[in-house]
Write a protein that binds this ligand. Structure first.
Ligand code: ADP
Ligand code: MG
Length: 554
């Protein structure tokens, strides 16, 4: 008999498993969603590989997922006839953590023991390991499509696992069978009623039909039909169904803040179902983070690597399904396809339009969106020249006018009639900006100033277009344009010729003393209380950008 090999888990996996078992999660049900989503992924991978190699499907072409409940032995089995795993794939997939960002995940989970842990599992690509929340022994029997050999992976989740060859008669003909030996606390998962309820609620729109059976030999009963939700018409889908689908596709467990579902017809035909999450994914600012929209061709999953939305919409989750691309398009060719380019434009427009609508109809939700994702959307202000104006319209700012967020439309509505610029001050914190002497002259004249505190602000504002004919101008830069505005009450002594002469000699003295430190010393209207402040020259970098560039060693 061939021997079983013992392996130890990668250190991060061991740590993760320890946390899964020893932290108290409020929602253990998620393990079912995770295992079903893996089973469905495996079916979709097979469907994709079968486009090039139809023989992989053999005489069993229809994807299916089967749940077997075994109350006598306190077990639940999740079986699929998908792509399966070879021995090496098993060791890679079920013994390591593939995705970057694992460290961040661990730290967050540890910092927040009872709270969001279970919510984070799906996002981090560690869904499989969640089965150890409910099982003290797990067996994975698998045979890769088209291969003779089958393998058994087995572990108690305590640091090591074993892999051994499996007799043909004990292995699935194709695909994967996962057996969970449930622990005492998790015996509810052999109850048909419980499992059906959870599956319908969490996985009702997985695009592979799910069946359930209790007794060996009994006819399995179908509990979800595997219809793809996005192929339905909007009026036939409930908000709960959208939410559940969003959770399945994103691996996040919050509610979507915005749902965009439409079918484009005409030159290009495609369906999009896209969601804006409520909470930010952990890797939003990871430079490696790609868009997470899935591409389907005629309901066959092709890739989640196609850039279906621009980088500044990388928080959007969901999918595009099109009949316009050939099924056998290679993943490499997709990026350069002009059809995909057209689809990307169409989808981007729809999402931005939906955000505009939300900003109008539900300002409160929109503001939450802006606080979560605004700094990402602002990347579009220098990345997407065509949509700059639309993106400026979506932007919200903190300003000297109060504590709330304001749009540029709000700003211009309240601007002085003679005002030709949109004034801003950039810095690293709101408190620091509000205390800045640069603002004094503007405050005194009742001119609103945008307070920009995102590092990204410096980059777009330099090249910002005009917005409704007004350009952006930093209040820290050059003479402060203030002469054109009605001055506040002037103090009598400033007007006397003696005072003017005193100011002139003060400036001469300052220039003399500071001649190597500054390029000029001028009398300015910008201050009303402070005596002096540093400003950048009229042309060249703004003061905050100068600091940033110095910090970056430039
Ligand atoms: P993710 O699904 O995000 O990749 P998981 O931890 O859920 O992360 O699964 C890890 C990997 O294990 C999958 O990417 C896949 O390669 C493999 N896997 C898990 N379940 C199955 C299955 N039922 N069939 C084939 N491969 C599977
Ligand atoms: Mg998974």
């Amino acid at each position: 008999k061939p021997v079983s090999e013992a392996h130890v888990f990668e250190a991060d996996v061991a740590r993760l498993l320890h946390m899964m078992v020893h932290s108290v999660y409020s929602d253990k049900d998620v393990f079912l969603r995770e295992l079903i989503s893996n089973a469905a992924d495996a079916c979709e991978k097979l469907r994709y590989e079968a486009i090039a190699t139809p023989s992989l499907l053999g005489d069993d072409p229809d994807a299916r997922i089967l749940l077997k409940l075994d109350g006598d032995n306190r077990r639940i089995v999740i079986e699929d006839n998908g792509i399966g795993m070879s021995r090496d794939e098993m060791i890679e997939a079920l013994g390591t953590i593939a995705r970057s960002g694992t460290r961040a995940f661990m730290e967050r989970i540890e910092a927040n023991k009872a709270g969001e842990g279970a919510q984070l599992i799906g996002q981090f690509g560690v869904g499989f390991y969640s089965c150890f929340m409910v099982a003290d022994q797990v067996e994975v029997a698998s045979r890769r499509a088209g291969e003779e050999a089958a393998w058994l992976w087995s572990s108690d989740g305590k640091g090591s696992y074993s892999v051994s060859p499996l007799e043909a008669s004990e292995a699935p003909t194709r695909g994967t069978r996962i057996t969970l030996h449930l622990n005492e606390d998790a015996k509810t998962y052999v109850s048909r009623w419980t499992v059906e309820r959870i599956v319908k609620q969490q996985s009702g729109h997985v695009p592979v039909p799910i069946r359930i059976v209790e007794k060996e030999g009994e006819e399995p009963q179908q509990i979800t039909d595997g219809t793809a939700l996005w192929t339905k018409s909007k009026s036939d889908v409930t908000p709960e169904e959208y939410t559940e689908f969003y959770r399945g596709v994103s691996g996040q467990y919050d509610d979507p803040a915005l749902t965009v579902h439409f079918r484009a017809e005409g030159r290009h035909e495609y369906t999009t179902l896209a969601f804006v999450p409520t909470t930010a994914p952990f890797d939003l600012f990871d430079p490696d983070r790609k868009g997470r929209m899935k591409l389907y061709v005629k309901r066959v999953f092709i890739t989640d690597d196609a850039e279906l939305v621009p980088r500044y919409l990388r928080f959007v989750r969901g999918l595009v399904d099109t009949a316009d691309l050939p099924l056998n398009i290679s993943r490499e060719m997709i990026q350069d396809s002009p059809i995909l380019g057209a689809i990307r434009k169409g989808v981007t427009s729809r999402i931005l339009t939906a955000l505009e609508k939300q900003a109008e109809s539900d300002a409160e939700t929109y503001l939450k969106f802006w606080e979560t994702f605004g700094s990402v959307l602002k990347e579009g202000l220098y990345d997407d020249f065509e949509r700059k104006t639309q993106l400026l319209g979506l932007a919200r700012f903190q300003t000297t006018a109060g504590d709330g967020f304001r749009s540029l439309a709000d700003y211009l509505k309240d601007a002085k009639e003679e005002q030709k610029a949109i004034y801003y001050l950039a810095g690293s914190s709101l408190e620091q900006l509000k205390a800045s002497p640069q603002l004094e002259g503007f405050r005194a004249r009742g001119i609103e100033v945008l307070l920009l505190t995102d590092p990204i602000d410096n980059f777009w504002v330099m090249n910002a277009p005009e917005f409704e004919g007004k350009s952006f101008k930093s209040v820290s830069q050059g003479a402060a344009d203030l002469a054109q505005f009605a001055k506040p009450e002037e103090k009598a002594e400033e007007k006397t010729p003696e005072a003017k002469a005193e100011v002139a000699s003060l400036i001469a003295l300052a220039k003399e003393k500071l001649k190597d430190e500054v390029s000029d010393v001028i009398n300015s209207d910008r201050l009303t209380e402070s005596a002096v402040c540093l400003v950048a020259p009229e042309t060249g970098y703004d003061r905050q950008l100068e600091k940033l560039l110095q910090g970056a060693g430039q």
